[in-house]
Design a binder for this molecule. Structure first.
Ligand SMILES: Nc1ncnc2c1ncn2[C@@H]1O[C@H](COP(=O)(O)OP(=O)(O)OP(=O)(O)O)[C@@H](O)[C@H]1O
Ligand SMILES: [Mg+2]
Length: 511
């Protein structure tokens, strides 16, 4: 007879149904796992054997065959331990025959029979719920699984014995409660930054409309400091976004203690990051920083220090909002709709833009051109807000702290986001859509300027030789500026300010 247990295999953030079939037959004593298992799955035999022995169950001296169907789907990870162990327990009669019928199962076993947390519980729970099944997962992942649906049957045992007792009826387990991560401490506040009013304004616009931002300035001007304060003014995730963002974190094994957080992701990979680390991939086709920043911010500090090829790999996800990773035996897609925030020095010595500075290596322009050449034109074209964060003067530094801090800025950002959400909901678009991500046809209509504005953008498009993308992106920023002002119509002032962000650093970087 064959015992069947439902589990899943992950393709990107999709959980595909996998059937674990266990057969115990007379014959030479063996324990085989077939069905395209990777190394971790093949090793699961040893963990299952030890965990069953530790739980007081000896394996029968027979031929045990485990098949993971469908056989052509690659199986990766350690979460097959639990379904295999439960299948074996079902087959030897240690569990009631029909106990597992209504459940999807995933979890890793320790040698002593306790269960270890695994990645991907949230997407597995959502998939199980869609198939009308309950979920059995390790206790540490229970609070994560409980997010999938309020009425779903979730069992989160600490060990094999606890689960066996539950099915026998001697120790019935309660459903775990969905947990939210306690916001860890106070975020750094914009109030700490002296001067830099222009940069703070740009940061506010970027947060309000989800625009990409590049800060260019000398060392010690406060660029990294500004970026670190962005999370304090970003709006919280909506419940829908929360699940989407958490699914990626779940697959990447980044959810601590099963608790989800409604803070927007803020990822800041070091500039030594490889392409696989940034956009995803590697042997297992894992999500990269671009996907982990989905719905939030990808902050690249010291932008020209990244390898040019690695930077250019972001170009496609920045347009499409997703990353498609193709490997010999994988083809997975991860969402990657992130907002790019970057900081850089204008040149290697960092001072080229300072008035009166003369670089020892030749003309300032050459020094800047050499350094800036590491960033490709198409990547720059995707950055709507480019600002110069000049050095702060001593006069600025001895001033008392500004009265407006992150709280006030966050409130105006939230109001501007609210206007966008309502506007795009009226047009049938999702709640996560911002001025930066709405379709071109929609922004053309929503940001249609008045007569004065139209004249300005027509002239500017010619004199500044804006690309078609540049034209639309200017409209997007102008729409955000109007939203921050609480205005229905985009006016000339909004367009003028939007254009100024596109023009400013243009010359120094590409000179
Ligand atoms: N505008 C500012 N207000 C207050 N302190 C500042 C400001 N700018 C810089 N500082 C001080 O200088 C330190 C360095 O700033 P930060 O690391 O943000 O500079 P940066 O512009 O990122 O420089 P680099 O280009 O070298 O990375 C901060 O920790 C802070 O103490
Ligand atoms: Mg810095």
């Amino acid at each position: 007879m064959v015992t069947r247990v439902a589990t899943v295999a992950f393709e990107g953030i999709e959980a595909r149904a996998v059937d674990v079939q266990v057969q115990i037959a007379p014959g030479m004593v063996a324990f085989n796992v077939v069905g395209l298992p990777d190394k971790a799955v093949a090793e699961s035999r040893e963990r299952v054997r030890s965990a069953l022995i530790a739980s007081g169950l000896a394996l029968p001296a027979k031929r045990i065959t485990v098949n993971l169907a469908p056989a052509d789907l690659p199986k990766e990870g350690s979460h097959y331990d639990l379904p295999i162990a439960l299948g074996v327990m079902g087959a030897i009669g240690a569990l009631p025959a029909d106990a597992l019928a209504g459940y999807c199962v995933l979890g890793e076993l320790a040698l002593d029979g306790s269960l270890t947390a695994v990645a991907g519980v949230l997407p597995a729970a959502m998939a199980a719920n869609e198939r009308g099944l309950g979920l059995i997962c390790p206790a540490a992942c229970g609070p994560e699984a409980a997010w999938a649906a309020g009425d779903m049957d979730v069992l989160a045992p600490r060990s094999l014995i606890q689960l066996a007792n539950h099915f026998k009826g001697s120790q019935v387990m309660a459903r775990p409660l969905a947990a939210v991560a306690a916001s860890s401490g106070v975020l750094p506040d914009l109030r700490d930054i002296k001067g830099q009013e222009g940069a703070k304004r740009a940061l506010e616009i970027a947060a309000a409309g989800g625009h990409n931002l590049l800060m260019n300035g000398p060392p010690g001007a406060g660029k990294s400091m500004l970026a670190a304060r962005l999370p304090s003014i970003l709006p919280a995730l909506s419940p829908r976004e929360l699940l989407e963002v958490s699914m990626i974190q779940s697959v990447a094994g980044q959810i601590k203690g099963g608790a989800l957080s409604n803070r927007r992701p803020f990822r800041q990979p070091h500039h030594s990051a490889s392409m696989a680390a940034l956009v995803g991939g590697g042997i297992n086709g894992r999500p990269g920083e671009a996907s982990l920043a989905h719905g939030g911010v990808l902050f690249l500090d010291e932008l020209p220090e990244f390898q040019p090829q690695v930077l250019d790999s972001l170009r496609q996800p920045m347009e499409t909002g997703e990353v498609m990773i193709a490997r010999a035996n994988h083809r997975v897609t991860y969402p990657a709709r992130f907002q790019l925030v970057a900081a850089m020095n204008p040149c290697r010595c960092g001072q080229a833009l300072e008035p009166g500075y003369a670089c020892r290596r030749g003309p300032n322009e050459r020094c800047m051109a050499q350094y800036g050449a590491r960033i490709s034109g198409p990547l720059l074209d995707r950055i709507d807000l480019r600002i110069e964060a000049g050095a702060v003067t001593a006069a600025d530094l001895i001033l008392p702290p500004p009265t407006e801090g992150s709280r006030e800025t966050a409130a105006s950002v939230a109001a501007a986001r609210e206007r966008q959400t309502t506007r795009y909901a009226e047009r049938g678009l999702g709640a996560a859509i911002t001025n930066a991500t709405c379709p071109v046809t929609v922004i053309e209509e929503a940001a249609a300027p008045d007569a004065d504005g139209t004249a300005l953008i027509r002239d500017a498009a010619e004199t500044m030789r804006l690309s078609a993308r540049g034209f639309h992106r200017t409209l997007r920023v102008a729409r955000t500026l109007a939203d921050l002002d609480g205005e229905e119509r985009v006016r000339r002032v909004h367009l003028a300010e939007a254009l100024s962000y596109r023009a400013r650093v243009e010359k120094p970087v590409t000179a």
